[in-house]
Design a protein around this ligand. Structure first.
Ligand code: 13P
Length: 245
């Protein structure tokens, strides 16, 4: 079964109208042969959606688990959709480890976002001590289980494997390291969800992906795309989008 290559850009808390406007102009002029989604800061979602060509999707970088209410500082899937934005990144390692989000909360957010019609880029990944302790599989399977328990329609979910030790460190996982975990995740999905889901879900890799590393990573059988931080703010992002082309 063919899985369309999927590349997310996670701009994190970077940029302003001027720099993001310039980036958007560059992206709009690029040739794109993949599903591409740009994760903008929430304050710039509307701006990004209004400027970015329709060939690109836009994602929020987080959302809350209920539609509205007294939750100062939060945004809901309903608000995201109201800005014409159809995706959300959930469970990013910075949400887990800087802001202390639990597996349980990420699961609840996943269910609510999907119920409200957003596509979800669900992130998982082990920390360095967990990899060195030989518990990578245990960690990513446990994180995936909480997500899976909250998904009914897998066609709206992309799973992003982002080893925490590779994020923002310039230390990309080797193509073999990425492939090994992706293959195990697919096998987990086959056993615990279904063979059809295992074959169709895109599992993308994130962690210091650059123009220099993207092609070999993209050549791995179970690497169906990328979630890109730093390099998604540069023209180099186009090269990464077309890593498989
Ligand atoms: P970097 O590409 O900057 O390592 O960030 C990866 C990431 O966290 C994408 O979500």
């Amino acid at each position: 079964m063919s899985r369309k290559f999927f590349v997310g850009g996670n701009w994190k808390m970077n940029g302003d109208k001027k720099s993001l406007g310039e980036l958007i102009e560059t992206l709009n002029g690029g040739k794109v042969d993949a599903n591409v989604v740009c994760g903008a800061p929430s304050i710039y979602l509307d701006f990004t959606r209004s400027k970015l060509d329709a060939k690109f999707g836009v994602a929020a970088q987080n959302c809350y688990k209920v539609p509205k209410g007294a939750f100062t500082g939060e945004i809901s899937p309903a608000m995201i959709k109201d800005c014409g934005v159809n995706w959300v990144i959930l469970g990013h390692s910075e949400r887990r480890h800087v802001f202390g989000e639990s597996d349980e909360l990420i699961g609840q957010k996943t269910a609510h976002a999907l119920e409200n019609g957003l596509g979800v880029i669900a992130c998982i990944g082990e920390k360095l001590d967990e990899r060195e302790g030989g518990i990578t599989e245990k960690v990513v399977f446990a994180q995936t289980k909480v997500i899976a328990d909250n998904v009914k329609d897998w066609s709206k979910v992309v799973l992003a494997y982002e080893p925490v030790w590779a994020i923002g460190t310039g230390k990309t996982a080797s193509p073999q390291q990425a492939q090994e975990v992706h293959e195990k995740l697919r096998a987990w999905l086959k056993t615990n969800v279904s063979e059809a889901v295992a074959n169709s879900v895109r599992i993308i890799y994130g962690g210091s992906v650059t123009g220099a590393t993207c092609k070999e990573l993209a050549s791995q059988k179970d690497v169906d795309g990328f979630l890109v931080g730093g390099a998604s703010l540069k023209p180099e992002f186009i090269e990464i989008i077309n890593a498989k082309a």
